[in-house]
Design a protein around this ligand. Structure first.
Ligand code: WT7
Length: 589
């Protein structure tokens, strides 16, 4: 099973981490602490280390953020960033935001989004960034769950926020003028102009390293999304992986393609680069191969972190297109979120003369754990090896380590600096990640080879990974059955060449409804507009009956998956509807 052929050797260069084994064997996380000002002052806040410190150390004029969207271009220096985040922070304080309060940020990939995140964290509050494509239900589930007190959004996105269902929400700040505000919404610009000129002292709230700073909601295979809380201490690992894995240096121009609503977009779109004083590129708009290549050429991006689906889309846009752009500024490329196919690595080598470095981690882990370092050989198909400071094992069902080459549960020795602090109001779920003493269980299946490289083999549950985005089937099923025509729904991930998986729904219609393209289009649009576009099923199959357990009536996704793949579902005699009847209708959008 072990892949030994096709090893890709590193290109000669002066990388921040040169000798993996030596460092791995001698590393301690404590040794990283001296990089932070709190190791001397005792005063700690990740936003200080990411922004204000650079100004205090004389780098105020360095570009922190370079935003490009069509003809619009904005550059913020670290001094600008400090000043603006101080102002936002003071407005939040004026409106009663205190340490530990949840402040949500619902903005597109735009400088305001990045400034807002820093402002919230500066005053010791918890930032709740929301992906810009979320619709009403997705927003409600998250803000309601953790009792968001304040929301920072814009005049366009605010229309998707169901205010009447959010009783804890006291203040809505709009990044715009009063003329753009409705009812009791407040103009953030007006609020800033109204600030007391002398009040810019002591904006930062000093905190403990275990105090929370950000909350990301993420899907599992059951229930609503869970609020994963990260603490200020995550900075230790975000900083160090920025140095070693992103290999950031003073002159780098760094681009992470993820929105800060996802953990990649916060840990590696905001914290890791800014803790390393790097210049980040922020692009507006959706994916388009031309626009992405043009951005790299125009802003001279040198380090680029993206996802396999994006690379596959660029691959399918063709090499002719790529040749029209000067991409010679690129020196280091990384990937995360879903399996990186060996073909994509081959494409990168052939067309860009660069290796693509896969990394593995999760929302819950806060930072990278399994990585391909730029100085180390890559084995295509492998996610890499454990970061120094991280111990990885493959465990069997009893929690015992498995031998080399055997597939089992991918487990990490707890703790590490960026591990989640907890799950909002769900300690039971939090504990469920630690079924064996001292091990964090990821829910992924993998094996290890004789050199310690880890190979991903799939999930141990029903979670769907489409284009690197994690989708809980339960959320989609719940939304589907709210549609008047849908009686029952079972949702699975269906293998797909471009997106890894697509969301596929099996539904049973209510009496009186006839399946048609039109109806299924409407069902899909319902999920898209109420929940989120990425969660809407691309394929819907109408059945007479779904396979369910007799006692609890639980829909067996495992059986649906087997039917879909045309493989043996195993013993289904104990199920209702365990035999597949004829498909009444099926459609692909
Ligand atoms: C799940 C976590 C934080 C990174 C973005 C996704 C899958 C992640 C890889 C990889 C194969 C991967 C796993 C993991 N995943 N990286 N390099 N190769 N699969 O974070 O949304 O919390 O999802 O994404 O299944 O458990 P997430």
């Amino acid at each position: 099973m072990t892949v030994t052929s096709g090893i890709v050797k590193p290109y000669e260069s002066n990388y921040n981490l040169q000798h993996y084994e030596k460092v791995y064997n001698n590393f301690s996380w404590e040794s990283v602490e001296k990089a932070f000002s709190w190791s001397k002052t005792g005063q700690l806040n990740i936003a200080y280390e990411a922004v204000d410190k650079h100004v205090d150390e004389g780098y105020g004029d360095k570009i922190a953020l370079h935003y490009v969207h069509n003809e619009t271009e904005v550059k913020l220096t670290f001094a600008d960033l400090k000043q603006q985040s101080d102002q936002y922070a003071q407005v939040l304080r004026k409106h009663g935001v205190k340490k530990g309060d949840r402040v949500f940020i619902f903005l597109p990939k735009h400088p305001d989004c990045y400034v807002a995140i820093m402002a919230v964290i500066k005053i010791g509050a918890i930032a709740g960034p929301l992906f810009e494509a979320f619709m009403e239900e997705a927003i409600k589930d998250r803000m309601q769950d953790c009792g968001a007190k304040v929301l920072i959004t814009n005049s366009e996105l605010v229309s998707r926020v169901p205010r009447e269902e959010l009783p804890d929400l006291q203040t809505v700040l709009i990044t715009g003028e009063s003329s753009e505000c409705q009812q009791d919404e407040l103009s953030l610009w007006e609020e800033i102009r109204g600030l007391d000129a002398e009040s810019d002292e002591n904006v930062i709230e000093w905190v403990e390293r275990d105090d929370p700073m950000i909350i990301h909601y993420t899907s599992g295979s059951t229930g609503k999304p869970k609020g994963i809380l990260h603490a200020h201490r995550a900075m230790i690992q975000q900083y160090q992986t920025g140095k070693w894995v992103l290999d950031l240096k003073e002159d780098d121009v760094y681009w992470c393609t993820a929105h800060p609503g996802w953990v990649t977009g916060s840990s590696y779109g905001v914290f890791a680069p800014w803790l390393n004083r790097a210049t980040i590129i922020v692009n507006g708009g959706r994916f388009a191969a031309e626009a992405w290549y043009e951005l790299i050429e125009r802003t001279r991006i040198s380090v680029w972190y993206s996802a396999p689906t994006a690379f596959r889309m660029l691959m399918s846009a063709g090499e002719e297109l790529q040749k029209q752009y000067d991409l010679s500024s690129l020196r280091h490329i990384l990937s995360v979120g879903e399996p990186l196919n060996p073909e994509v690595i081959t494409w990168g080598k052939r067309t860009l003369q660069l290796r693509i470095h896969d990394t593995w981690w999760m929302t819950e882990t806060g930072a990278q754990l399994i990585v391909n370092l730029p100085s180390q050989p890559i084995k295509p198909g492998s996610m890499g090896r454990p970061l120094p400071g991280i111990k990885v094992e493959i465990l069997n069902d009893k929690g015992e380590p498995l031998p080399i080459g055997e597939v089992g549960q991918l487990a990490i020795k707890a703790n590490w600096p960026s591990i989640m602090k907890g799950i909002w109001k769900n300690e039971e779920k939090h504990q469920s990640y630690f079924p064996y003493d001292g091990w964090y269980i990821s829910g992924d299946l993998a094996y290890k080879d004789e050199d310690g490289y880890i190979f991903f083999q799939g999930r141990n549950d029903d979670m769907i990974n489409s284009s690197g985005e994690r989708i809980g089937p339960f959320e989609v099923e719940s939304k589907l059955i709210e549609h008047p025509a849908v009686a029952e729904a079972g949702v699975i991930g269906k293998p797909n060449e471009l997106r890894g998986e697509i969301v596929k729904a099996f539904i049973v219609l209510r009496n009186g409804y006839q399946p048609s393209d039109e109806l299924l289009k409407d069902v899909r649009a319902f999920v898209k507009t109420k929940l989120a576009a990425h969660a809407a099923p691309r394929e819907i199959e109408v059945l007479e009956q779904l396979p369910k357990t007799r006692i609890s009536g639980k829909i067996m996704r495992r059986v649906l998956k087997a039917w879909d793949l045309g493989i043996d579902p195993g013993d289904t005699s104990a199920l209702d509807g365990g035999q597949k009847k004829e498909t009444l209708y099926t459609t692909k959008q």
